[in-house]
Design a protein around this ligand. Structure first.
Ligand code: 13P
Length: 228
């Protein structure tokens, strides 16, 4: 495992990338990563441009912390990391188009095959609950069942990943898909890819190790690098 100081630095870099990519602004958003015996999480209400590695807060799964006041959303970060052993990073932001859909409590359907990058044929929208509450965490966990991302009703989005790069990639994909869906809706409700096609899409993503799908095993259909 990497040393804690380099993880803190990587976290600051990822937070700044969240802002640069346009998915985050101001003091919205928060980020966490699993470490031995707990997790690191961004502090509450501190703009990422001002944040330094030592401002990152260390928390235990019992809710105790070392350092500054942790993100107000530490409950859903803790609960997701505790329940989901398949991921190590939780990213939350109020990206514009994902939040636009979330304001209407819209689930993203399989209007485009890339909906499959979140692991299923929809990206669900969690029911609204006050920010920072256990109720919001409970709603998020429900919406994230068998998924790597969800929208949060009248709030924003959550994207999960094995590492910072994967979670950031997915958050940007969710935002892009949301933008496409809002755009597509201007011409009326778009047609939806059927479940059996989405099963093929997800299987194809798995075989190709597309996005965050597991490495392919025993597949002879994927392109291979030449030895010489
Ligand atoms: P924090 O600054 O406490 O992380 O809150 C930002 C936020 O997005 C709350 O949902």
């Amino acid at each position: 495992m990497k040393d804690i100081q380099s993880i803190r630095q990587e976290m600051v870099t990822t937070c700044r990338k969240m802002n640069e990519s346009g998915i985050n602004q101001g003091t919205a958003g928060n980020l966490s990563i699993r470490i031995d015996n707990g997790f690191l999480i961004t502090p509450s209400s501190l703009p990422y441009d001002d944040m330094q590695p030592d401002d990152i807060v260390e928390m235990g799964f019992d809710g105790t912390y070392l350092g500054r006041r942790p993100s107000s959303e530490w409950r859903f970060h803790r609960d997701i990391l505790a329940q989901r052993e398949d991921i190590n990073v939780v990213l939350h932001c109020h990206s514009l188009y994902a939040t636009t859909l979330a304001c209407h409590h819209r689930t993203i359907p399989s209007f485009h095959y890339m909906t499959g990058v979140a692991g299923g044929n929809t990206i669900r929208c969690a029911g609204y609950a006050t920010f920072g509450t256990q109720a919001l965490s409970d709603n998020a966990l429900t919406a994230l069942e068998d998924r790597l991302a969800c929208l949060l009703g009248q709030h924003g989005q959550i994207s999960l990943g094995k590492d910072f790069a994967a979670a950031l990639w997915l958050a940007i994909e969710v935002e892009t898909l949301s933008r496409m869906y809002v755009q597509a809706l201007t011409l009326g409700e778009p047609p939806i890819l059927p479940d059996d096609e989405m099963e093929r899409v997800i299987e194809q993503m798995r075989r190709m190790s597309y996005g965050q799908a597991p490495d392919p095993e025993g597949s002879n259909e994927v392109a291979r690098p030449r030895n010489s």
